[in-house]
Design a protein around this ligand. Structure first.
Ligand code: KIV
Ligand code: ZN
Length: 390
């Protein structure tokens, strides 16, 4: 199954993303985001955790009734009650997935679940078997997978695939993974589990050490995963999840290396990021890759000069391709004469001589030493002063 070059983008903004403290969303807000995710053309929308609350149940049910182009998914613990609740919420969906999980690391099994490995093994099997009564699209996650014992994981995963799990999601629940180790562990699992090619393998990485995107890509390149779980703006529990915009643009921009097919409409990336930020109230940091306000802004004179001559000098992607109106030349104390002159032209200001341009540029530099960003109005005022002083 993993021979295909199609990479499935599984968005969990509405489930794991909502686990960001303070990011909870109403049903209507979730519907707005789900519609936007459909425009973005993600393959799977994890709409929530049906058994977690009545509100989550209703949101999933509403989204399941509206979304036509993506598979709608609900999370559920590995028990019959949760799974039945997920199935009920997903009933209206044209394409539905039940995503069931149970922790497999020694620490979680002993301290959190207070279960023996044999009990976890049985419960995982039973959960997948039960979920298959409602849909033939069942995902299983060994929670805290990256801190689990490989032999035990092999045993559990082989059994759940035999029960009919169609996706295996190797969860780096606490962001402990290191790219090479995470990718290699995934590959070891795929190589050792005899029926591993009966399922699509997935990565689900948290960002506790800032490596969620790198780990996800290693899971794909080294481990052979063909599904990436991610969220808009990297929202999610603690330090968040793999950021959709980053992982997608890494694959698109470096297609010389990542030779995969993605269904994503990248022109919707900025609009989706903005919508999620507005709804959750979580601001996007200015220097955030792809969707941050400064992601395509150039401040230094050398960079501005380069970009004005050829954008590729300092841009590896086009701002317009991901939904920005344009890139930005930010005028400030580091800007050079070229960028200043270009802005004058854009503002329709033509000074008569080079000497006038030089004088205006000198004023601009003097102002820029006092003011961190120079706006168009400042430039207009500067040039008006220049005109008056003649
Ligand atoms: O981080 C995690 O382990 C999860 C699972 C439920 C997949 O979110
Ligand atoms: Zn998670």
């Amino acid at each position: 199954m993993s021979a295909s070059n199609k990479l499935i983008i599984f968005d969990t903004t509405l489930r794991d993303g909502e686990q960001s403290p303070g990011a909870s969303m109403t049903k209507d807000e979730k519907i707005r985001i789900a519609r936007q995710l459909e425009r973005l053309k993600v393959d799977v929308i994890e709409a929530g955790f049906a058994a977690a609350s009545q509100g989550d149940f209703e949101s999933i049910q509403a989204i399941a009734g509206i979304i036509k182009d993506a598979t709608v998914c609900s999370l559920s613990r590995a028990n019959d009650r949760d799974i039945a609740r997920a199935a009920e919420a997903l009933a209206p969906a044209e394409r539905k997935r039940i995503h069931t999980f149970i922790a497999t690391s020694p620490l979680h099994m002993e301290k959190k679940l207070r279960m023996t490995p044999d009990q976890v093994f049985e419960q995982a099997k039973q959960a997948v078997r039960f979920a298959r009564n409602f849909t033939d699209d069942v995902e299983f996650s060994p929670e805290d997978g990256s801190r689990s014992d490989v032999d035990f994981l092999c045993r559990v995963i082989e059994a759940v695939i035999a029960e009919g799990a169609t996706t295996i999601n190797f969860a780096d629940t606490v962001g402990y993974g290191v790219p090479e180790l995470y990718g290699t562990m995934l590959r070891t699992l795929r190589e050792r589990i005899p029926n591993s090619d009966k399922a699509v393998w997935s990565v689900h990485c948290h960002n506790d050490l800032g490596m969620a995107v790198a780990n996800s890509l290693a899971g794909v390149m080294i481990g052979g995963a063909r599904q990436i779980e991610c969220t808009i703006n990297g929202l999610g529990e603690r330090a968040g999840n793999t950021a959709l915009e980053e992982v997608v643009m890494a694959i698109k921009t470096r297609r010389d290396y990542f030779n995969f097919d993605l269904g994503i409409d990248i022109s919707q990336i900025v609009a989706t990021s903005r919508l999620v930020s507005q709804i959750t109230g979580f601001a996007v940091q200015p220097n955030k890759a792809v969707v941050g306000a400064n992601a395509f802004a150039h401040a230094s004179g050398i960079h501005q000069d380069g970009v004005l001559k050829a954008r590729d000098t300092y841009e590896i992607m086009r701002a317009e391709d991901v939904g920005w109106a344009a890139n930005k030349i930010v005028l400030g104390k580091l800007s050079g004469r070229n960028a200043f002159k270009q802005r004058l032209e854009e503002l329709g200001i033509s000074l008569e001589s080079e000497a006038e341009v030089n004088a205006a540029f000198a004023r601009f530099k003097e102002l820029a030493d006092r003011k961190s960003e120079i706006f168009d109005e400042d430039i207009m005022a500067l040039v008006a002063d220049e005109a008056q002083s003649q």
